[in-house]
Design a protein around this ligand. Sequence first.
Ligand SMILES: N[C@@H](CCC(=O)N[C@@H](CS)C(=O)NCC(=O)O)C(=O)O
Length: 216
Amino acid sequence: MKLYTADFPPNTRKIKYLVQVKGLDLKDIHNLEIIDMDLLKGDQKTPEFTAINPFQLLPVLVLDDGTVLNDSQAVCEYLDSHLQGNGKQVMGSDPVQRAQITAMTRNAEFHVLYNLMLAFQHGHPARAGMNPQVKGMAEDSIARVKKALPYFDDLLAKHKYLLGDRLTFADIVLYVGLDFGRVMKLNPKDAEVVGENVARFYQQMNERFSKDTAKA
Ligand SMILES: N[C@@H](CCC(=O)N[C@@H](CS)C(=O)NCC(=O)O)C(=O)O
């Protein structure tokens, strides 16, 4: 298998963290070749990579039979069921659990991560020459994130993670979303901005993933 990825972007980090929760390290997975891409240099725009993913976006996993998975959630689904590791199913193990985790993952994706990606594309100076930036879009997107955060804060007031006391893929997506907020000056450690429980959750996930831990 070949994984086209990069260290910093939120969608590639979902994979790294999912694998960590399973007690593994991407670099130690047998039969996985990691191709580190430099997005600032434009590695995603080369004709070779465009032939693999015409959207020119990371991450992409190419299976040994040539199957191309060009979406972070699809890659995570494949690795969650394909890799044994410590046996944890980060995306759920029965139909109800899987559906609940998918719903919460998509809530975190659409209301937090996606809006911050829009804010980045339309408001960050680093993107100015790369795509047209619509005036006011960054501010509107950040306002949508702030409006959604109390929903997550209420859930996190009740348990350690979004869906209870067990870390799931939805937590990983909320975490990478909150962490990406820093790029747009939305400080995920500031309880007054993100909510007391969201700030506590962010801190706890930060500690969890900044160490080389195999336990969730
Ligand atoms: N839905 C896709 C979105 C992928 C995506 O937006 N990737 C970003 C990094 S987080 C990227 O490759 N950006 C390159 C660019 O904008 O040129 C997924 O989750 O895999």
